[in-house]
Design a protein around this ligand. Structure first.
Ligand SMILES: Cc1ncc(COP(=O)(O)O)c(C=O)c1O
Length: 410
């Protein structure tokens, strides 16, 4: 068990939590979670156990076929529990980027000149370029919603002001992977729905930090990547099965036309799906007294949020006090525990390299949020990003702050 429940509140024990992650024994302080988290032993075991078991293509005759089938169905249930979706609406793919390209091409099949798609400058390129290129291929128009570079926020009006009855898709992030800022997604998706447009929400950066409810977000499509929340490297999209039924992706002639399989090109990575289920179970902690996995996840995310918020406040206060440090977009009202900063007069890559020499992993760059970085005036070099994860300790935050203070003084 990962969590201990005391008086109805999950008591987060970071030392105990960390003991589940073999990689943390290497000693580095991992502020690189937004790029991909470390993996608990149970996830690695689920992947390895699947590879060491008899597995065939899905079917019901042999034990190997039944195992493959069960792995897929379990993973759909786990992913649906995590984001509040429907198992039959979970589409697995190699990555969020690949799934978004596939869905953009599919949705664009009936676009033409005069149709419009809305993208935002706050988004990761994976939720921009597939839409821009699909629109280009069909002669449709791209409308850009701009965020406020001072606050880091994307105002609802910046999106809604671009909507018309010709809008076909609104692509928006649930949280910026560069700044952590969280747009008001329910308001944006409601406005999209009102003009008859679909919403495609990038949940890659939000999902590790809060219990998502795709229904409450109003997202027609919600994309995320298990390798950001302790799972293996793959992606999934959650959508309503009835919506998926209306779409015709390019696919092989002999492959099933069933939903969601119709969208899953080729053979699924069974071992990674088993790892995804294990990651959700790890997050939930599977407390014996929880009434459901979803309920256990709610308790777990509450505990994680309290832990992360406390460390985030400490990190920002420390960096602000360090001098010669600029925090970017830190005034956004709602954020994930992700901090983007520069040390005045030093290239971000140099700061990253110096931290790495001290065992602190806080990389620098645009992290593919290229438009966002340019809009912030950080160009293609970006800045240094430090993400707090559930396994981050107060001592690690203190080390990062001290190292940055030292670098700023030198
Ligand atoms: C916000 C966001 N969206 C999309 C992606 C792309 O995800 P994937 O690597 O699964 O394609 C990332 C990856 O860093 C991300 O942070």
């Amino acid at each position: 068990m990962v969590w201990s429940i005391l008086g109805g509140m999950a008591d987060f024990d970071v030392t105990r939590f960390r003991s589940h992650f073999p990689a943390l024994a290497e000693g580095a302080a991992h502020f690189d979670g937004p790029g991909g988290s470390q993996v608990p032993r149970s996830v690695a075991s689920a992947v390895a156990d699947t590879l060491c078991s008899a597995v065939a293509n899905r079917g019901q005759n042999t034990a190997a076929e039944r195992r493959a089938d069960a792995i897929v169905l379990d993973a759909r249930r786990a992913a649906a529990d995590l984001v509040g979706g429907t198992p039959d609406g979970i589409v697995f793919g190699r990555s969020m980027t690949q799934l978004t390209y596939d869905l953009a091409r599919t949705l664009a099949k009936d676009w033409g000149p005069g149709d419009e798609v809305v993208v935002t400058t706050l988004d990761h390129d994976a939720n921009i370029r597939p839409w821009v290129q699909a629109a280009e291929a069909r002669g449709a128009t791209v409308r850009w919603a701009d965020f406020d570079a001072t606050t880091g926020e994307l105002d609802v009006a910046a999106v809604t002001g671009l909507l018309s009855e010709r809008t076909r898709v609104v692509a928006v992030t649930a949280a910026s992977n560069l700044l952590g800022s969280r747009p008001d997604v329910p308001a944006i998706t409601a406005a999209a729905r009102e003009v008859g447009a679909l919403s495609y929400v990038d949940g890659v950066h939000l999902t590790p930090h809060t219990l998502v409810d795709v229904g409450a977000l109003g997202a027609d499509f919600y994309a995320c990547s298990p390798y950001k929340f302790f799972g293996p490297h793959l992606g999934f999209v959650a959508a309503r099965p009835a919506l998926l039924e209306t779409l015709a992706p390019d696919k092989l002639a002999p492959s099933t036309n069933a939903v969601p399989e119709r969208f899953e090109l080729g053979t699924l990575p069974y071992e990674l799906l088993a790892g995804t289920t294990a990651a959700v179970d790890f997050l939930a902690g599977i407390t014996p007294d929880a009434e459901s996995r979803r309920a256990a996840l709610a308790t777990a995310f509450d505990a994680v949020a309290r832990h992360e918020e406390a460390l985030m406040a400490r990190l920002e206060d420390g960096l602000e006090a360090a001098g010669r440090v600029t925090l970017h977009g830190s005034r956004a009202r709602r954020r994930t525990p992700t901090v983007l900063f520069s040390v005045d007069g030093l290239a971000p890559a140099e700061v990253h390299a110096r931290l790495a020499r001290r065992g602190v992993n806080a990389p620098a760059g645009t992290f593919y949020a290229l438009e966002c970085s340019r809009r912030l005036g950080l160009g293609d070099a970006g800045a240094v990003r430090a993400g707090i994860a559930p396994y981050t300790t107060e001592a690690e935050v203190n080390t990062l702050v001290e190292e940055i203070a030292g670098i700023a003084e030198s």
